[in-house]
Ligand binder design. Sequence first.
Ligand code: NDP
Ligand code: GDP
Length: 329
Amino acid sequence: MKKRAIITGITGQDGAYLAKSLLNKGYEVHGMARRSSHSGITEHRLRWLGIATLVKLHEANLSDLASLMRVIQEVQPDEFYNLGAQSFVATSWSQPIVTANITAVGVTNALEAIRIIKPNTRFYQASSSEMYGLVQQPVQNERTPFYPRSPYAAAKLYGHWITVNYRESFGMHASSGILFNHESPLRGIEFVTRKVTDGVARIKLGLATELRLGNIDAKRDWGHARDYVEAMWMMLQEDEPDDYVIATGVTTSVREMCQLAFDRVGLDMNDHLVIDEALFRPSEVDILLGDPAKAKQKLGWAPTVNLKEMIDEMVDADLSRLSGALAHS
Ligand code: NDP
Ligand code: GDP
């Protein structure tokens, strides 16, 4: 019999890549999607990957326990990947309570629904390197203390610890992946890598002249989403649930990442980049750098794509997306 998986956040970047990966592994893939007035549009990433008709979508919301219970009752999943969240750090200052309801309490809703309906379901929680915030060690691993610097990070910290707690309290197979930033052509346009690759493509095509950014001195450990969703699956195949850092072990500034994008199209960054104070954050995470040694040793996981390869892929995808739109206009 096919293994059955439920993915919350299936319409997001990671949800789409994970769904594709699980389908390739022979899973029956179910996704929870919240109701939208833009029906048909929210599944654009699943269509991009050619899998929109291969997954079964169920209407549910992480803030509605009953909706989660109903879907779990119907699907009887073997694995549950909790990727749904208000995931954008900047928005977490303008909508801190929504962020807490979905990104923090939503995790408890998912765990409770599983505990009540099918407690042997294996559970994955999408935790974040943002939890390290004001970093307490130059290189962060599973034992590094956390210091969240945004309402998003504080909510993720709750989600992380409630996952650990359900594992310890109820013996649930609940694992938390502390994933460092990961990107792709399917990354939301508001995140800095995609904002840059889309912006550079627009400038190259004559659709824009400038790219406005905030703090370009910030440094991140960036990997590719396609690699990172494999780590999620690997965690749930282990006999014992655990927590893992997933990272590349390389950190790069926003400035250097931006340079890679401009280099790809042969333009001079200094002719187009504008620093906008309004885009600086109330409190910043200056640098993140992860140590994925445990994931490598226990899961056999390693990243396969470096930052330059990923930025090239993203710029090329944005160029062809925008060229296609121009051709149809
Ligand atoms: P996205 O923002 O692309 O996707 C978020 C998903 O959550 C979307 O499918 C969204 O649905 C869904 N969602 C939002 N609110 C609700 C709700 N109330 N009920 C149900 N679903 C909801 O994020 P990513 O794919 O990039 O990230 C996946 C997870 O991993 C997130 O939890 C994120 O915080 C976490 N993470 C991501 C990192 C990264 O670098 N990408 C790093 C570390 C952690 P809709 O389409 O309707 O908006
Ligand atoms: P985050 O690490 O989850 O917050 O991912 P982001 O991609 O949103 O931001 C990464 C870093 O880029 C942060 O330190 C931001 O302050 C910095 N940054 C600089 N300019 C921008 C911008 O215009 N948009 C975004 N999203 N981030 C920016």
